[in-house]
Design a protein around this ligand. Structure first.
Ligand code: SAH
Length: 257
């Protein structure tokens, strides 16, 4: 996959050269990263990229011309998309990464300061926020997307099995992990994990996924009897999204995660 990033701070992306599996994906050519330094597309001898907002108010706004020039200089591939980083966008979910991972090209536009001129929005296929908080620039959001997407690409992770049960791959959070030693500061690894009984371990993990999600993120799943949900959001009992959990009789439904 080709990532093309329009940014005023290309140096921020040096982080990608120190990110373990992501760095390896880069060296294996599973991904390419091309940076478009907004300053180089700036206006006049000062290479101006920002200006004061019309109507007054604090801060500076990225001008549209340099962003358009940088965007137009990118060699577009047919199977590509353009994302605009903004806290006003749709909040990023794992399902978005899954949706994008078959693309050949992802163009990412990073804002700075107060943001960008409104006329930049029409370059984007999607506006993406990485959460309901405000950062100083779109570089960390862009790196998050590149990171999350790259680990989904075949060949990046040593064992692609890691992707199956992990949190947010379905509406359940992942089960707890333990490694050696067996006892650490009087905390012991659950007996079942050292029992060697793989069927039981599978059931235990499934149950823990459910318990953990109910405990921490019960917004991600719901009981069929959950009357708090509008009828339209309660799933059909025959649907294959229905799931029975090993240590209880209740059925839970995956929402549209
Ligand atoms: N004044 C803007 C925020 C500007 S923050 C507003 O109120 O909407 C500066 C830039 O940082 C943004 O243009 C965007 O590119 C990036 N940014 C900040 N927070 C972000 C978030 N949660 N998700 C994605 N991008 C974000």
């Amino acid at each position: 996959m080709n990532f093309e990033v329009i940014t005023l701070f290309p140096k921020a992306f040096e982080l990608i050269n120190n990110l373990g599996v992501i760095t390896r994906a880069l060296s294996k050519n599973l991904i390419n990263l091309n940076l478009y330094d907004l300053r180089e597309y700036g206006e006049g001898s000062y290479k101006q990229v920002d200006d004061k907002p019309y109507g007054g108010g604090p801060g500076m706004v990225l001008k549209p011309e340099p962003i358009y020039k940088a965007f137009e200089s990118i060699n577009k591939l047919p199977n590509g998309k353009t994302l605009l980083m903004t806290p006003q966008g749709k909040v990023l979910k794992q399902k978005d990464l899954l949706r994008w991972c078959s693309l050949d090209q992802l163009i990412i536009i990073c804002g700075q300061y107060e943001g960008f001129d409104e006329r930049v929005r029409c370059l984007a296929d999607e506006e993406v926020s990485i959460g309901d908080y405000v950062l100083s620039g779109g570089e960390i959001p862009a790196i998050s997307i590149i990171n999350g997407l790259t680990r989904l690409l075949p060949g990046t992770l040593g064992d692609p099995g890691s992707l199956i049960d992990e949190s947010h791959n379905s509406s359940l959070l992942e089960y707890p992990h333990y490694t050696r030693p067996l006892i650490f500061k009087e905390m012991k690894v659950p007996d079942i994990l050292v029992s060697g009984n793989h069927e039981e371990i599978k059931l235990w993990r499934k149950q823990k996924m459910l318990e953990r999600t109910l405990d921490r993120r019960n917004d991600l799943i719901y009981n069929k009897d959950n009357k708090n949900l509008p009828k339209s959001e309660r799933k059909n009992e025959d649907s294959n999204e229905m799931m029975k959990f090993p240590m209880g009789n209740e059925y839970y439904f995956y929402p549209d995660w």
